[in-house]
Design a protein around this ligand. Structure first.
Ligand code: DX5
Ligand code: ZN
Length: 219
């Protein structure tokens, strides 16, 4: 810990294979895949065929972030496509306890994501069931957005909830992470960093991943 999970959303989809090989050769820990349905968020990305092909060459766990409504319909298909960690949005699940347990029963690590406006207190009951909580630090749907500064307090609140309940739940954040804010976010309690534009807009993404790693501990 802490871990780096590059998001390929702002990568070059015309050379997706090369991007995955680049991540395989880098010091990153996971690969973050953003699945958008044009309904839960105002954007569309990709689905099962692309995930399967990524899985066929990826040497790192797939950290699959579902920005879709009614995710229960597709849990098994995400497992079959190669998801290792599966994140559903709190705001998209009517029966979250059932969904989280179904994800675990399918052999994936269950995580729940909160939009910036959703308070961490909604996780009171479900927290002990979770492998990880993903706090959105931008409004979901697009890469390369500005970090929402009020997220620091939210991260600290969640960290306190986890510590006070003697849990090992990981805290992942997503959106607007950069070389400038990664260290202070690590100190606030973040365990896993999703990073898109900072890596894929860099001249040398592999070097950028290394530098980000150096900023956040004795990595
Ligand atoms: C946004 C996605 C993020 C996004 C992060 O809805 O969930 O994963 O790609 O990208 P950056 O780091 O560019 O904000
Ligand atoms: Zn994401």
């Amino acid at each position: 810990m802490p871990l780096i999970s590059p998001s390929i959303l702002t990568g070059n989809f015309l050379s997706l294979g090369k991007d995955i090989e680049m991540l395989n050769s880098s010091s990153c820990d996971w690969i973050h895949l953003d699945i958008m349905d044009g309904n839960y968020v105002p954007n569309l990305t990709f689905g099962f065929p692309v995930i399967q092909q990524i899985k066929s060459i990826a040497k790192k766990p797939l950290d699959v972030h579902l920005m879709i409504v009614e995710p229960d319909r597709y849990l098994e298909r995400f497992r079959d496509s190669g998801a290792d960690i599966l994140t559903v949005h709190y705001e998209a699940c009517l029966h979250l306890n059932r969904t989280v347990n179904a994800i675990r029963d399918l052999g994936m690590k269950p995580a729940v994501s909160l939009n910036p406006h959703t308070p961490v207190s909604v996780l009171d009951e479900i927290l002990p069931e979770l492998y990880m909580v993903l706090l959105m630090t931008v409004n979901p749907g697009f890469g390369a957005q500005k970090f929402i500064d009020s997220s620091y307090d939210k991260i600290r609140k969640l960290k306190r909830m986890i510590t006070e309940n003697n849990l090992n739940t990981l805290i992942e954040i997503d959106g607007g992470v950069s070389l400038e804010n990664i260290k202070s976010l690590n100190h606030a309690g973040v365990d896993v960093f999703v990073i898109g534009n900072t890596i894929f807009a860099a001249d040398e993404p592999v070097k950028m991943i290394e530098r980000l790693g150096e900023e956040i501990s004795d990595k």
